[in-house]
Design a protein. Structure first.
Length: 594
Protein backbone atom coordinates (compact mmCIF):
# COMPACT_ATOMS: atom_id res chain seq x y z
CA UNK A 1 0.00 0.00 0.00
CA UNK A 2 1.56 3.28 -1.17
CA UNK A 3 1.35 6.79 0.25
CA UNK A 4 -1.12 7.62 -2.54
CA UNK A 5 -3.38 4.80 -1.38
CA UNK A 6 -3.28 6.31 2.13
CA UNK A 7 -4.17 9.75 0.75
CA UNK A 8 -7.03 8.23 -1.25
CA UNK A 9 -8.28 6.47 1.86
CA UNK A 10 -8.19 9.72 3.88
CA UNK A 11 -9.92 11.60 1.07
CA UNK A 12 -12.55 8.89 0.76
CA UNK A 13 -13.14 8.96 4.52
CA UNK A 14 -13.51 12.76 4.42
CA UNK A 15 -16.04 12.55 1.57
CA UNK A 16 -17.88 9.73 3.33
CA UNK A 17 -18.24 11.72 6.58
CA UNK A 18 -19.11 14.93 4.73
CA UNK A 19 -21.71 13.15 2.60
CA UNK A 20 -23.28 11.66 5.73
CA UNK A 21 -23.37 15.14 7.31
CA UNK A 22 -24.96 16.77 4.22
CA UNK A 23 -27.46 13.91 3.87
CA UNK A 24 -28.47 14.20 7.54
CA UNK A 25 -28.81 17.99 7.33
CA UNK A 26 -30.92 17.76 4.19
CA UNK A 27 -33.23 15.13 5.71
CA UNK A 28 -33.57 17.17 8.91
CA UNK A 29 -34.39 20.34 7.00
CA UNK A 30 -36.94 18.75 4.69
CA UNK A 31 -38.70 17.21 7.70
CA UNK A 32 -39.22 20.78 8.96
CA UNK A 33 -39.40 19.75 12.62
CA UNK A 34 -42.39 17.47 11.95
CA UNK A 35 -40.57 14.29 13.05
CA UNK A 36 -39.53 15.87 16.33
CA UNK A 37 -43.10 16.99 17.01
CA UNK A 38 -44.27 13.42 16.40
CA UNK A 39 -41.70 12.15 18.91
CA UNK A 40 -42.82 14.77 21.39
CA UNK A 41 -46.52 13.87 21.23
CA UNK A 42 -46.86 10.18 20.37
CA UNK A 43 -44.85 8.26 22.94
CA UNK A 44 -47.59 7.11 25.31
CA UNK A 45 -46.79 3.37 24.99
CA UNK A 46 -43.36 1.64 25.01
CA UNK A 47 -43.88 -0.20 21.70
CA UNK A 48 -45.06 2.98 19.98
CA UNK A 49 -42.03 4.84 21.37
CA UNK A 50 -39.68 2.15 20.00
CA UNK A 51 -41.35 2.25 16.58
CA UNK A 52 -41.24 6.04 16.43
CA UNK A 53 -37.63 6.16 17.59
CA UNK A 54 -36.65 3.65 14.90
CA UNK A 55 -38.65 5.42 12.16
CA UNK A 56 -37.35 8.91 12.94
CA UNK A 57 -33.75 7.72 13.18
CA UNK A 58 -34.04 5.79 9.91
CA UNK A 59 -35.24 8.98 8.21
CA UNK A 60 -32.69 11.43 9.64
CA UNK A 61 -29.92 8.79 9.52
CA UNK A 62 -28.51 9.50 12.98
CA UNK A 63 -29.21 7.81 16.31
CA UNK A 64 -26.99 10.44 17.94
CA UNK A 65 -29.28 13.23 16.70
CA UNK A 66 -32.35 11.39 18.00
CA UNK A 67 -30.89 10.71 21.44
CA UNK A 68 -29.61 14.29 21.76
CA UNK A 69 -33.13 15.45 20.89
CA UNK A 70 -34.55 13.14 23.56
CA UNK A 71 -32.10 14.56 26.13
CA UNK A 72 -33.39 18.01 25.16
CA UNK A 73 -37.02 16.89 25.53
CA UNK A 74 -36.35 15.48 28.99
CA UNK A 75 -34.32 18.53 30.02
CA UNK A 76 -37.12 20.91 29.03
CA UNK A 77 -39.84 18.82 30.68
CA UNK A 78 -41.56 18.04 27.37
CA UNK A 79 -41.03 14.32 27.82
CA UNK A 80 -40.92 12.05 30.85
CA UNK A 81 -37.93 9.79 31.46
CA UNK A 82 -40.11 6.67 31.11
CA UNK A 83 -41.19 7.83 27.62
CA UNK A 84 -37.58 8.44 26.58
CA UNK A 85 -36.49 4.81 27.13
CA UNK A 86 -38.49 3.40 24.21
CA UNK A 87 -37.31 6.10 21.81
CA UNK A 88 -33.67 5.49 22.73
CA UNK A 89 -34.09 1.77 22.07
CA UNK A 90 -35.83 2.47 18.77
CA UNK A 91 -33.08 4.87 17.74
CA UNK A 92 -30.55 2.04 18.02
CA UNK A 93 -32.63 -0.04 15.62
CA UNK A 94 -33.26 2.85 13.21
CA UNK A 95 -29.57 3.66 12.87
CA UNK A 96 -28.95 0.25 11.27
CA UNK A 97 -30.77 1.46 8.14
CA UNK A 98 -27.58 3.21 7.02
CA UNK A 99 -25.60 -0.03 7.07
CA UNK A 100 -28.26 -1.69 4.91
CA UNK A 101 -28.06 1.12 2.35
CA UNK A 102 -24.27 0.86 2.29
CA UNK A 103 -24.48 -2.93 1.94
CA UNK A 104 -26.07 -2.50 -1.50
CA UNK A 105 -22.53 -2.10 -2.84
CA UNK A 106 -21.93 -5.84 -2.25
CA UNK A 107 -24.80 -6.94 -4.52
CA UNK A 108 -23.56 -9.35 -7.17
CA UNK A 109 -25.10 -10.15 -10.55
CA UNK A 110 -24.68 -9.46 -14.23
CA UNK A 111 -28.22 -8.38 -15.12
CA UNK A 112 -28.92 -4.71 -15.82
CA UNK A 113 -31.50 -4.54 -13.00
CA UNK A 114 -29.09 -5.96 -10.38
CA UNK A 115 -26.30 -3.66 -11.56
CA UNK A 116 -28.58 -0.62 -11.23
CA UNK A 117 -29.30 -1.54 -7.60
CA UNK A 118 -25.65 -0.86 -6.79
CA UNK A 119 -25.07 2.63 -5.36
CA UNK A 120 -22.07 3.04 -7.67
CA UNK A 121 -24.53 2.78 -10.59
CA UNK A 122 -27.41 4.98 -9.45
CA UNK A 123 -25.44 7.50 -7.30
CA UNK A 124 -24.15 9.44 -10.35
CA UNK A 125 -27.74 9.78 -11.59
CA UNK A 126 -28.84 11.10 -8.18
CA UNK A 127 -25.87 13.47 -8.16
CA UNK A 128 -26.77 14.91 -11.58
CA UNK A 129 -30.43 15.38 -10.63
CA UNK A 130 -29.49 16.84 -7.23
CA UNK A 131 -27.02 19.34 -8.72
CA UNK A 132 -29.63 20.35 -11.33
CA UNK A 133 -32.15 21.02 -8.53
CA UNK A 134 -29.60 23.08 -6.57
CA UNK A 135 -28.45 25.14 -9.55
CA UNK A 136 -31.65 25.71 -11.48
CA UNK A 137 -34.66 25.23 -9.22
CA UNK A 138 -36.16 28.13 -7.26
CA UNK A 139 -38.50 25.87 -5.30
CA UNK A 140 -37.19 25.31 -1.81
CA UNK A 141 -38.50 21.74 -1.52
CA UNK A 142 -36.68 20.73 -4.71
CA UNK A 143 -33.48 22.38 -3.53
CA UNK A 144 -33.71 20.47 -0.24
CA UNK A 145 -34.30 17.24 -2.18
CA UNK A 146 -31.24 18.13 -4.29
CA UNK A 147 -29.16 18.50 -1.12
CA UNK A 148 -30.22 15.02 0.01
CA UNK A 149 -29.38 13.49 -3.38
CA UNK A 150 -25.97 15.15 -3.56
CA UNK A 151 -25.25 14.18 0.07
CA UNK A 152 -26.08 10.55 -0.67
CA UNK A 153 -23.97 10.55 -3.85
CA UNK A 154 -20.97 12.05 -2.01
CA UNK A 155 -21.45 9.51 0.79
CA UNK A 156 -21.39 6.58 -1.65
CA UNK A 157 -18.50 8.03 -3.65
CA UNK A 158 -16.51 8.35 -0.43
CA UNK A 159 -17.42 4.77 0.47
CA UNK A 160 -16.23 3.49 -2.93
CA UNK A 161 -13.03 5.55 -2.70
CA UNK A 162 -12.27 4.16 0.76
CA UNK A 163 -12.95 0.60 -0.37
CA UNK A 164 -10.68 0.97 -3.40
CA UNK A 165 -7.93 2.60 -1.33
CA UNK A 166 -7.83 -0.13 1.33
CA UNK A 167 -8.11 -3.05 -1.11
CA UNK A 168 -4.28 -3.38 -1.38
CA UNK A 169 -4.20 -4.14 2.37
CA UNK A 170 -5.27 -7.69 1.59
CA UNK A 171 -1.68 -8.32 0.53
CA UNK A 172 -0.22 -6.85 3.74
CA UNK A 173 0.27 -9.60 6.38
CA UNK A 174 0.65 -7.02 9.20
CA UNK A 175 -2.87 -5.71 8.53
CA UNK A 176 -4.34 -9.21 8.68
CA UNK A 177 -2.50 -9.84 11.96
CA UNK A 178 -3.83 -6.57 13.42
CA UNK A 179 -7.41 -7.52 12.53
CA UNK A 180 -6.82 -10.96 14.03
CA UNK A 181 -5.95 -9.19 17.28
CA UNK A 182 -9.37 -7.47 17.23
CA UNK A 183 -11.09 -10.85 17.11
CA UNK A 184 -10.39 -10.83 20.86
CA UNK A 185 -13.82 -9.70 22.17
CA UNK A 186 -12.44 -7.14 24.65
CA UNK A 187 -9.94 -5.55 22.24
CA UNK A 188 -12.49 -5.55 19.40
CA UNK A 189 -15.08 -3.82 21.54
CA UNK A 190 -12.56 -1.22 22.70
CA UNK A 191 -11.49 -0.50 19.12
CA UNK A 192 -15.11 -0.08 17.95
CA UNK A 193 -16.04 2.09 20.94
CA UNK A 194 -13.02 4.41 20.58
CA UNK A 195 -13.48 4.87 16.81
CA UNK A 196 -17.19 5.65 17.20
CA UNK A 197 -16.61 7.99 20.15
CA UNK A 198 -14.09 9.96 18.06
CA UNK A 199 -16.32 10.46 15.01
CA UNK A 200 -19.54 10.44 17.14
CA UNK A 201 -21.53 8.32 14.70
CA UNK A 202 -22.12 4.59 14.84
CA UNK A 203 -23.48 4.71 11.27
CA UNK A 204 -20.21 6.22 10.03
CA UNK A 205 -18.00 3.80 11.96
CA UNK A 206 -20.03 0.81 10.72
CA UNK A 207 -19.66 2.22 7.20
CA UNK A 208 -15.88 2.35 7.64
CA UNK A 209 -15.93 -1.28 8.78
CA UNK A 210 -17.99 -2.18 5.71
CA UNK A 211 -15.41 -0.44 3.52
CA UNK A 212 -12.65 -2.53 5.13
CA UNK A 213 -14.48 -5.65 3.96
CA UNK A 214 -13.08 -4.95 0.50
CA UNK A 215 -9.66 -6.05 1.81
CA UNK A 216 -10.98 -9.60 1.96
CA UNK A 217 -9.44 -10.25 5.38
CA UNK A 218 -12.24 -9.12 7.76
CA UNK A 219 -13.84 -12.17 9.38
CA UNK A 220 -17.12 -12.58 11.22
CA UNK A 221 -15.19 -13.17 14.46
CA UNK A 222 -13.38 -9.84 14.01
CA UNK A 223 -16.46 -7.85 13.00
CA UNK A 224 -18.80 -8.87 15.82
CA UNK A 225 -16.82 -7.40 18.77
CA UNK A 226 -16.08 -4.21 16.81
CA UNK A 227 -19.80 -3.73 16.03
CA UNK A 228 -20.63 -4.28 19.71
CA UNK A 229 -18.11 -1.60 20.67
CA UNK A 230 -19.51 0.78 18.05
CA UNK A 231 -22.91 0.62 19.74
CA UNK A 232 -21.30 1.62 23.05
CA UNK A 233 -19.17 4.38 21.51
CA UNK A 234 -22.18 6.14 20.00
CA UNK A 235 -23.40 6.95 23.53
CA UNK A 236 -20.69 9.60 23.89
CA UNK A 237 -22.73 12.15 21.92
CA UNK A 238 -25.71 11.98 24.29
CA UNK A 239 -23.40 12.03 27.33
CA UNK A 240 -21.63 15.17 26.07
CA UNK A 241 -25.01 16.73 25.29
CA UNK A 242 -26.21 16.11 28.86
CA UNK A 243 -23.37 18.17 30.35
CA UNK A 244 -24.99 21.23 31.90
CA UNK A 245 -28.50 19.77 31.62
CA UNK A 246 -30.78 18.95 34.54
CA UNK A 247 -30.59 15.63 36.35
CA UNK A 248 -33.35 13.95 34.37
CA UNK A 249 -31.59 14.78 31.10
CA UNK A 250 -28.38 13.25 32.50
CA UNK A 251 -30.40 10.16 33.42
CA UNK A 252 -31.70 9.92 29.83
CA UNK A 253 -28.12 9.91 28.54
CA UNK A 254 -27.21 7.25 31.11
CA UNK A 255 -30.16 5.09 30.02
CA UNK A 256 -28.73 5.18 26.48
CA UNK A 257 -25.35 4.06 27.84
CA UNK A 258 -26.81 1.39 30.14
CA UNK A 259 -28.99 -0.01 27.35
CA UNK A 260 -25.99 -0.52 25.10
CA UNK A 261 -23.67 -1.73 27.86
CA UNK A 262 -26.16 -4.24 29.29
CA UNK A 263 -27.35 -5.34 25.84
CA UNK A 264 -23.77 -5.83 24.65
CA UNK A 265 -22.80 -7.72 27.82
CA UNK A 266 -25.77 -10.09 27.56
CA UNK A 267 -25.22 -10.66 23.83
CA UNK A 268 -21.49 -11.31 24.21
CA UNK A 269 -21.92 -13.67 27.19
CA UNK A 270 -24.67 -15.67 25.46
CA UNK A 271 -22.90 -15.75 22.09
CA UNK A 272 -19.44 -16.73 23.32
CA UNK A 273 -20.84 -19.20 25.86
CA UNK A 274 -22.68 -20.95 23.04
CA UNK A 275 -19.49 -20.82 20.99
CA UNK A 276 -17.65 -22.79 23.68
CA UNK A 277 -20.09 -25.67 23.28
CA UNK A 278 -21.14 -25.38 19.63
CA UNK A 279 -17.87 -24.12 18.11
CA UNK A 280 -19.26 -21.68 15.53
CA UNK A 281 -17.20 -22.38 12.41
CA UNK A 282 -18.60 -19.31 10.63
CA UNK A 283 -16.49 -17.04 12.89
CA UNK A 284 -13.51 -17.62 10.60
CA UNK A 285 -15.52 -16.91 7.44
CA UNK A 286 -14.99 -13.62 5.62
CA UNK A 287 -17.74 -11.09 6.12
CA UNK A 288 -19.15 -8.70 3.52
CA UNK A 289 -21.06 -5.38 3.97
CA UNK A 290 -24.40 -7.22 4.02
CA UNK A 291 -23.16 -9.53 6.79
CA UNK A 292 -22.16 -6.49 8.85
CA UNK A 293 -25.61 -4.97 8.34
CA UNK A 294 -27.18 -8.26 9.51
CA UNK A 295 -25.03 -8.38 12.67
CA UNK A 296 -25.66 -4.69 13.39
CA UNK A 297 -29.46 -5.03 13.07
CA UNK A 298 -29.64 -8.41 14.84
CA UNK A 299 -27.84 -7.12 17.91
CA UNK A 300 -29.99 -3.99 18.29
CA UNK A 301 -33.24 -5.88 17.76
CA UNK A 302 -32.06 -8.58 20.21
CA UNK A 303 -31.13 -5.97 22.85
CA UNK A 304 -34.47 -4.19 22.47
CA UNK A 305 -36.51 -7.41 22.76
CA UNK A 306 -34.57 -8.45 25.86
CA UNK A 307 -34.53 -5.06 27.65
CA UNK A 308 -37.84 -3.42 26.66
CA UNK A 309 -39.82 -5.38 29.31
CA UNK A 310 -37.28 -4.11 31.84
CA UNK A 311 -37.35 -0.45 30.76
CA UNK A 312 -38.43 0.59 34.28
CA UNK A 313 -35.32 -1.17 35.63
CA UNK A 314 -33.16 1.03 33.37
CA UNK A 315 -34.96 4.12 34.73
CA UNK A 316 -34.42 2.96 38.32
CA UNK A 317 -30.76 2.26 37.57
CA UNK A 318 -30.35 5.81 36.28
CA UNK A 319 -31.93 7.11 39.49
CA UNK A 320 -29.56 4.95 41.52
CA UNK A 321 -26.62 6.53 39.69
CA UNK A 322 -27.91 10.11 39.87
CA UNK A 323 -29.89 10.36 43.09
CA UNK A 324 -32.77 12.78 43.72
CA UNK A 325 -31.79 15.62 46.05
CA UNK A 326 -33.98 18.08 47.94
CA UNK A 327 -33.84 20.80 45.27
CA UNK A 328 -35.07 18.34 42.66
CA UNK A 329 -37.93 17.23 44.93
CA UNK A 330 -39.11 20.83 45.16
CA UNK A 331 -38.77 21.18 41.38
CA UNK A 332 -40.79 17.98 40.80
CA UNK A 333 -43.65 19.15 43.03
CA UNK A 334 -43.97 22.39 41.07
CA UNK A 335 -46.93 22.29 38.71
CA UNK A 336 -45.43 24.63 36.14
CA UNK A 337 -42.35 24.02 34.03
CA UNK A 338 -40.36 27.05 33.00
CA UNK A 339 -41.03 28.08 29.41
CA UNK A 340 -37.38 28.97 29.08
CA UNK A 341 -36.33 25.32 29.44
CA UNK A 342 -38.02 24.58 26.12
CA UNK A 343 -35.51 26.92 24.48
CA UNK A 344 -32.92 24.16 24.75
CA UNK A 345 -29.76 24.65 22.72
CA UNK A 346 -29.85 20.95 21.78
CA UNK A 347 -32.83 21.78 19.55
CA UNK A 348 -30.68 24.15 17.47
CA UNK A 349 -29.41 21.15 15.50
CA UNK A 350 -32.98 20.64 14.29
CA UNK A 351 -33.90 24.26 13.48
CA UNK A 352 -37.43 23.44 12.31
CA UNK A 353 -38.33 22.12 15.75
CA UNK A 354 -36.37 24.90 17.48
CA UNK A 355 -38.40 27.51 15.58
CA UNK A 356 -41.63 25.81 16.71
CA UNK A 357 -40.52 25.78 20.33
CA UNK A 358 -39.46 29.42 20.12
CA UNK A 359 -42.83 30.42 18.64
CA UNK A 360 -44.67 28.63 21.45
CA UNK A 361 -42.68 30.56 24.06
CA UNK A 362 -43.14 33.84 22.14
CA UNK A 363 -46.90 33.20 22.04
CA UNK A 364 -46.84 32.75 25.83
CA UNK A 365 -45.00 36.07 26.11
CA UNK A 366 -47.61 37.78 23.90
CA UNK A 367 -50.43 36.32 26.00
CA UNK A 368 -48.81 37.57 29.23
CA UNK A 369 -48.34 41.05 27.75
CA UNK A 370 -51.99 41.18 26.67
CA UNK A 371 -53.17 39.90 30.06
CA UNK A 372 -51.01 42.50 31.77
CA UNK A 373 -52.59 45.33 29.76
CA UNK A 374 -56.14 44.05 30.45
CA UNK A 375 -55.39 43.72 34.19
CA UNK A 376 -53.87 47.22 34.27
CA UNK A 377 -56.94 48.71 32.53
CA UNK A 378 -59.22 47.05 35.07
CA UNK A 379 -57.33 48.83 37.85
CA UNK A 380 -58.41 52.24 36.52
CA UNK A 381 -62.05 51.79 37.49
CA UNK A 382 -61.70 48.93 40.00
CA UNK A 383 -58.43 49.21 41.89
CA UNK A 384 -57.06 46.15 43.68
CA UNK A 385 -53.66 46.09 45.39
CA UNK A 386 -52.99 42.39 44.72
CA UNK A 387 -53.87 42.80 41.04
CA UNK A 388 -51.52 45.78 40.84
CA UNK A 389 -48.61 43.76 42.27
CA UNK A 390 -49.31 40.98 39.73
CA UNK A 391 -48.99 43.48 36.88
CA UNK A 392 -45.56 44.48 38.12
CA UNK A 393 -44.51 40.85 38.58
CA UNK A 394 -45.67 39.90 35.08
CA UNK A 395 -43.80 42.86 33.59
CA UNK A 396 -40.57 41.45 35.02
CA UNK A 397 -41.48 38.07 33.53
CA UNK A 398 -42.14 39.57 30.09
CA UNK A 399 -38.74 41.31 30.19
CA UNK A 400 -37.12 37.93 30.88
CA UNK A 401 -39.00 36.46 27.92
CA UNK A 402 -37.65 39.16 25.60
CA UNK A 403 -34.08 38.56 26.73
CA UNK A 404 -34.21 34.74 26.49
CA UNK A 405 -36.12 34.59 23.20
CA UNK A 406 -33.95 37.26 21.57
CA UNK A 407 -30.76 35.41 22.52
CA UNK A 408 -32.18 32.11 21.23
CA UNK A 409 -33.27 33.68 17.93
CA UNK A 410 -29.78 35.06 17.35
CA UNK A 411 -28.33 31.57 17.89
CA UNK A 412 -30.90 30.17 15.46
CA UNK A 413 -29.92 32.64 12.75
CA UNK A 414 -26.81 30.63 11.85
CA UNK A 415 -28.85 27.55 10.89
CA UNK A 416 -30.37 26.63 7.54
CA UNK A 417 -34.07 27.52 7.64
CA UNK A 418 -36.83 26.91 5.12
CA UNK A 419 -38.67 29.91 3.66
CA UNK A 420 -41.63 29.37 5.98
CA UNK A 421 -39.36 28.97 9.02
CA UNK A 422 -37.42 32.07 8.02
CA UNK A 423 -40.70 34.04 7.88
CA UNK A 424 -41.55 32.91 11.41
CA UNK A 425 -38.02 33.71 12.64
CA UNK A 426 -38.18 37.21 11.11
CA UNK A 427 -41.65 37.82 12.55
CA UNK A 428 -40.52 36.93 16.08
CA UNK A 429 -37.36 39.02 15.86
CA UNK A 430 -39.27 42.09 14.60
CA UNK A 431 -42.16 41.86 17.08
CA UNK A 432 -40.44 40.97 20.35
CA UNK A 433 -39.95 44.62 21.27
CA UNK A 434 -43.57 45.48 20.44
CA UNK A 435 -44.83 42.75 22.77
CA UNK A 436 -42.51 43.88 25.54
CA UNK A 437 -43.56 47.53 25.10
CA UNK A 438 -47.24 46.61 25.50
CA UNK A 439 -46.37 45.18 28.91
CA UNK A 440 -44.32 48.32 29.70
CA UNK A 441 -47.36 50.51 28.98
CA UNK A 442 -49.46 48.24 31.19
CA UNK A 443 -47.07 48.85 34.09
CA UNK A 444 -47.22 52.61 33.49
CA UNK A 445 -51.05 52.49 33.55
CA UNK A 446 -50.92 50.46 36.79
CA UNK A 447 -48.76 53.13 38.42
CA UNK A 448 -51.18 55.89 37.39
CA UNK A 449 -54.11 53.83 38.73
CA UNK A 450 -52.23 53.34 42.01
CA UNK A 451 -51.61 57.09 42.23
CA UNK A 452 -55.29 57.87 41.57
CA UNK A 453 -56.32 55.37 44.27
CA UNK A 454 -53.78 56.69 46.79
CA UNK A 455 -55.00 60.26 46.29
CA UNK A 456 -58.65 59.25 46.56
CA UNK A 457 -59.47 60.64 43.12
CA UNK A 458 -62.29 59.42 40.86
CA UNK A 459 -63.42 59.89 37.29
CA UNK A 460 -66.85 61.35 36.65
CA UNK A 461 -69.63 58.96 35.63
CA UNK A 462 -69.55 60.27 32.06
CA UNK A 463 -65.76 59.77 31.87
CA UNK A 464 -66.13 56.21 33.22
CA UNK A 465 -68.66 55.24 30.54
CA UNK A 466 -66.46 56.72 27.80
CA UNK A 467 -63.39 54.94 29.18
CA UNK A 468 -65.30 51.64 29.18
CA UNK A 469 -65.92 51.96 25.43
CA UNK A 470 -62.31 52.96 24.82
CA UNK A 471 -60.95 50.07 26.92
CA UNK A 472 -63.29 47.65 25.13
CA UNK A 473 -61.71 48.70 21.82
CA UNK A 474 -58.21 48.26 23.30
CA UNK A 475 -59.13 44.83 24.69
CA UNK A 476 -60.50 43.77 21.28
CA UNK A 477 -57.45 44.93 19.34
CA UNK A 478 -55.19 43.05 21.76
CA UNK A 479 -57.31 39.88 21.38
CA UNK A 480 -57.36 40.08 17.56
CA UNK A 481 -53.64 40.84 17.33
CA UNK A 482 -52.48 38.10 19.68
CA UNK A 483 -54.73 35.50 18.05
CA UNK A 484 -53.50 36.52 14.58
CA UNK A 485 -49.92 36.41 15.87
CA UNK A 486 -50.28 32.98 17.46
CA UNK A 487 -51.85 31.43 14.36
CA UNK A 488 -50.00 33.67 11.87
CA UNK A 489 -53.47 34.32 10.46
CA UNK A 490 -53.34 37.07 7.84
CA UNK A 491 -57.15 37.33 7.62
CA UNK A 492 -57.20 38.36 11.26
CA UNK A 493 -54.15 40.60 10.89
CA UNK A 494 -55.89 42.85 8.33
CA UNK A 495 -58.60 43.61 10.93
CA UNK A 496 -56.14 45.36 13.20
CA UNK A 497 -55.43 48.59 11.29
CA UNK A 498 -59.10 49.67 10.88
CA UNK A 499 -59.48 49.33 14.66
CA UNK A 500 -56.32 51.38 15.25
CA UNK A 501 -57.93 54.25 13.33
CA UNK A 502 -61.03 54.03 15.50
CA UNK A 503 -58.93 54.05 18.69
CA UNK A 504 -57.09 57.19 17.59
CA UNK A 505 -60.44 58.87 16.85
CA UNK A 506 -61.84 57.78 20.22
CA UNK A 507 -58.83 59.19 22.05
CA UNK A 508 -59.27 62.58 20.42
CA UNK A 509 -62.99 62.56 21.23
CA UNK A 510 -62.32 61.65 24.88
CA UNK A 511 -59.95 64.61 25.23
CA UNK A 512 -62.47 66.98 23.62
CA UNK A 513 -65.29 65.80 25.89
CA UNK A 514 -63.11 66.16 28.98
CA UNK A 515 -62.34 69.77 28.07
CA UNK A 516 -66.10 70.43 27.84
CA UNK A 517 -66.69 68.87 31.28
CA UNK A 518 -63.79 70.88 32.64
CA UNK A 519 -65.60 74.08 31.60
CA UNK A 520 -68.70 73.05 33.54
CA UNK A 521 -66.71 71.93 36.58
CA UNK A 522 -67.80 68.31 36.21
CA UNK A 523 -64.13 67.15 35.93
CA UNK A 524 -60.87 68.45 37.39
CA UNK A 525 -57.61 69.41 35.68
CA UNK A 526 -55.76 66.73 37.67
CA UNK A 527 -58.10 63.96 36.44
CA UNK A 528 -57.81 65.40 32.95
CA UNK A 529 -54.04 64.94 33.07
CA UNK A 530 -54.47 61.34 34.27
CA UNK A 531 -57.07 60.69 31.56
CA UNK A 532 -54.71 61.96 28.86
CA UNK A 533 -51.82 59.86 30.22
CA UNK A 534 -53.93 56.69 30.41
CA UNK A 535 -55.50 57.01 26.96
CA UNK A 536 -52.13 57.87 25.41
CA UNK A 537 -50.55 54.74 26.91
CA UNK A 538 -53.43 52.63 25.64
CA UNK A 539 -53.18 54.20 22.19
CA UNK A 540 -49.45 53.38 22.13
CA UNK A 541 -50.29 49.76 22.97
CA UNK A 542 -52.65 49.80 19.97
CA UNK A 543 -49.80 51.18 17.84
CA UNK A 544 -47.66 48.20 18.85
CA UNK A 545 -50.53 45.90 17.84
CA UNK A 546 -50.48 47.71 14.49
CA UNK A 547 -46.74 47.11 14.18
CA UNK A 548 -47.20 43.39 14.82
CA UNK A 549 -50.06 43.00 12.33
CA UNK A 550 -48.34 45.00 9.60
CA UNK A 551 -45.14 43.00 10.17
CA UNK A 552 -47.06 39.76 9.58
CA UNK A 553 -48.54 41.09 6.35
CA UNK A 554 -45.27 42.58 5.09
CA UNK A 555 -43.20 39.47 5.81
CA UNK A 556 -45.73 37.39 3.91
CA UNK A 557 -45.23 39.70 0.90
CA UNK A 558 -41.42 39.75 1.37
CA UNK A 559 -41.40 43.52 1.76
CA UNK A 560 -41.01 46.06 4.58
CA UNK A 561 -42.56 49.16 3.00
CA UNK A 562 -44.63 49.80 6.14
CA UNK A 563 -45.30 53.51 5.67
CA UNK A 564 -46.32 53.01 2.06
CA UNK A 565 -48.72 50.24 3.10
CA UNK A 566 -50.34 52.35 5.85
CA UNK A 567 -50.58 55.44 3.64
CA UNK A 568 -52.30 53.36 0.96
CA UNK A 569 -54.87 52.13 3.48
CA UNK A 570 -55.64 55.61 4.77
CA UNK A 571 -55.93 57.11 1.31
CA UNK A 572 -59.32 55.41 0.88
CA UNK A 573 -58.16 53.04 -1.87
CA UNK A 574 -58.77 49.85 0.12
CA UNK A 575 -62.43 48.72 0.14
CA UNK A 576 -61.97 46.15 2.92
CA UNK A 577 -60.31 48.73 5.16
CA UNK A 578 -63.18 51.19 4.60
CA UNK A 579 -65.84 48.55 5.33
CA UNK A 580 -64.13 47.50 8.57
CA UNK A 581 -63.81 51.15 9.54
CA UNK A 582 -67.56 51.66 9.15
CA UNK A 583 -68.38 48.56 11.23
CA UNK A 584 -65.97 49.62 13.96
CA UNK A 585 -67.47 53.11 14.16
CA UNK A 586 -70.88 51.55 14.87
CA UNK A 587 -69.42 49.07 17.39
CA UNK A 588 -67.42 51.57 19.43
CA UNK A 589 -69.74 54.58 19.64
CA UNK A 590 -69.32 56.75 22.72
CA UNK A 591 -72.42 57.52 24.84
CA UNK A 592 -74.30 60.65 23.84
CA UNK A 593 -73.38 63.82 25.73
CA UNK A 594 -76.20 64.89 28.04
Amino acid sequence: MTIFDVLNMIGGLALFLFGMHVLGEGLTKISGGKLERILERLTNTPLKAVALGAAVTAVIQSSSATTVMVVGFVNSGIMKLTQAVGIIMGANIGTTMTSWILSLSSIEGDSFFVQMLKPSSFSPILAIIGVAFLLFSKKEKLRDAGTIMVGFAVLMFGMDTMSAAVSPLQDVPEFANMLLMFSNPILGMLAGAVLTAIIQSSSASVGILQALCSTGVVTVGTAIPIIMGQNIGTCITAILSAIGANKNAKRAALIHLYFNLIGTTIFMIVFYTLNVFLHFEFLTDLINPTGIAIVHSSFNIFATIILLPFSNVLVKLSYKTIKVDESEKVENTSKSISDFLTLDERFLDTPGFAIDQCKIVTNHMAYKAKKNMVNAMNLILNYDENAASKVEHNESRVNSYEDKIGTYLIKLSGNALSEEQNHTWTLMLHTLNDIERISDHATAIMKIATEIHAEGLKFSEAAKKELEVYMRAINDILTITMEAYEKEDLKLAVKVEPLVEIIKGLQDELKTRHVERLKTGECTIEMGIHLTEITTLMERAADHCSNMAVCMLQINNNTFETHEYLNNLRSGNDDYFEKRLMKNRERYMLPEVK
